[in-house]
Design a protein around this ligand. Structure first.
Ligand SMILES: Cc1cc2nc3c(=O)[nH]c(=O)nc-3n(C[C@H](O)[C@H](O)[C@H](O)COP(=O)(O)OP(=O)(O)OC[C@H]3O[C@@H](n4cnc5c(N)ncnc54)[C@H](O)[C@@H]3O)c2cc1C
Length: 414
């Protein structure tokens, strides 16, 4: 029986451990946190968007950071396979908007529980509160790992599944990159992916905490729209966050990095379902209704309360003016703000605040069919520690599960 050590009990490491044990390996998971799957437990706002029901090509397209690298792994273990695995452990799933799959219970901890149950069934040994500081290599072959308490664990194969550098409080603090680098692997520079954006406009503070649904956001560069999305967003004290902003952040970060010094704007349309004409009629209707009120007291049905003063100010209208005195030009300026609320992007938040870390172990140094290192025999990689990153929608966890499954199988069978 091959002895296999999995470093990291996150999504990829737990899947790798199940797979290695299913394929005949004797598995030990070393997890430095006190519990398994800390990050998995907070995914999808605590609901865990496990995967996406899209076909394989679409999944790969939704992993702009080296999606094609997981092509083979996705064939070995795809979205239906992770769903089947969870069902086999009693965790039923449902499909929501955009093909996103969640546990029926809406509780991410149930997904962690499914792995724990599988570990008990398969005698996978789990040591929590046990970090690893080094991978041990002799003559180009893995021999085990050195734990942070200086205990050596001997192994025939080691699977490095330590995650990225984002949300370090969950345990993923970049240890894996350092361990990989020490044994000779190249680390593609780390960058935040799916990350909130910082803006120049200081009045953003007035909108802090406001969340908007059904809005459109557009990235504008050199006067042209280069990306857009529709859905939910959030204002913070430094800028913009929420699902559609995170999705657009990859494009924004790319522009900020490749074209430094050039302005990148984000425009928000608060009423994307209305044409200009319909919106104008809508505003006029409200103005008739509130004709005797001051402008600042007349927009409550059109805009969230927190936005009213900001929008009137941006439209350069006197907030104390009575509605019946508002001119057509002023009304047009207000409409312009409602449909083209513009922010100047100054940067992204750091990697630690990103949902996913882009960069990591170079994919060219990993065999995509087995996840084995091309440099060190018996060393395997799985999950976010590899230079892979996807969009929101369940694609990052699917990448972790697919690479984890293949790494576990290959480590056990080789
Ligand atoms: C807030 C948030 C929400 C998210 N929501 C979703 C979602 O709904 N759907 C989706 O697809 N993706 C989501 N993601 C992304 C997804 O969680 C990650 O891509 C995924 O967890 C990566 O899996 P992993 O196993 O590679 O890494 P992780 O899940 O980060 O696991 C790595 C594990 O390794 C351990 N570890 C690290 N260093 C050591 C060491 N030296 N020794 C021992 N153990 C170590 C860590 O403690 C950790 O438990 C979300 C991310 C965040 C931050």
């Amino acid at each position: 029986m091959k002895k296999i050590i999995v470093i990291g009990g996150g999504a990829a490491g737990m899947m790798a451990a199940v797979s290695a044990s299913q394929h005949g390996g004797q598995v030990t998971v070393l997890e430095k946190m006190a519990v398994l799957g800390r990050k998995l437990s907070i995914t999808g706002k605590g609901r865990c968007n496990i995967t996406n029901i899209a076909d394989k090509q679409t999944i790969i397209k939704n992993i702009p950071g080296n999606g094609s690298f997981i092509y083979s792994a996705l064939h070995s273990f795809g979205n239906e396979d992770i769903i089947d695995f969870l069902h086999s452990q009693g965790v039923m799933t449902k499909v929501e908007r955009g093909g996103r799959v969640f546990p029926i219970s809406d509780n991410a901890k149930d997904v962690v529980g499914a792995f724990q149950k599988a570990f008990e069934q398969r005698n996978v040994q789990v040591v929590t509160g046990q970090g690893v500081k080094r991978i041990l290599v002799h003559d180009g072959k893995v021999t085990g790992v050195l734990a942070s308490n200086n205990v050596e664990y001997v192994a025939d194969a080691v699977i490095l599944a330590t995650g990225g550098s984002s949300y370090p409080g969950t345990g993923s603090n970049g240890d894996g990159y350092r361990m990989g680098q020490i044994v000779g692997h190249t680390i593609v520079p780390l960058k935040p992916s799916l990350v909130p954006l910082e803006v120049e406009e200081d009045w953003i503070g007035e909108l802090q905490g406001l969340s908007l649904k059904n809005v459109e956001a557009r990235v504008i560069f050199e006067g042209k729209k280069v990306a857009d999305d529709f859905g939910e967003m959030l204002f913070t004290h430094y800028g913009l966050s929420g699902p559609i902003i995170l999705s657009l952040s990859k494009k924004v970060a790319e522009l900020l990095n490749t074209k430094p010094g050039q302005d990148v704007y984000l425009e928000i349309n608060l009423k994307p379902a209305l044409t200009a004409e319909v919106l104008d009629k809508r505003i006029q209707r409200d103005f008739e209704k509130f004709a005797r009120k001051q402008l600042k007291n007349s927009l409550g049905e059109l805009l969230p309360a927190k936005m009213i003063n900001v929008m009137i100010d941006l439209a350069h209208i006197d907030p104390d003016k009575f509605v019946h005195q508002i001119t057509k030009i002023e009304r047009a300026r207000l409409q312009e703000q409602i449909t083209n609320l513009t922010f100047t992007i100054t940067g992204t938040r750091p990697v630690s605040e990103a949902i996913v870390t882009a960069g990591g172990i170079h994919v060219k140094e990993i065999n995509p069919k087995t996840m084995e290192s091309k440099l060190i025999e018996g060393l395997y990689f799985a999950g976010e520690v590899i230079d892979i990153d996807g969009y929101t929608g369940g694609f990052n966890l699917q990448a972790a599960f697919s690479t984890g499954y293949v790494a576990g199988q290959s480590a056990a069978e080789k």
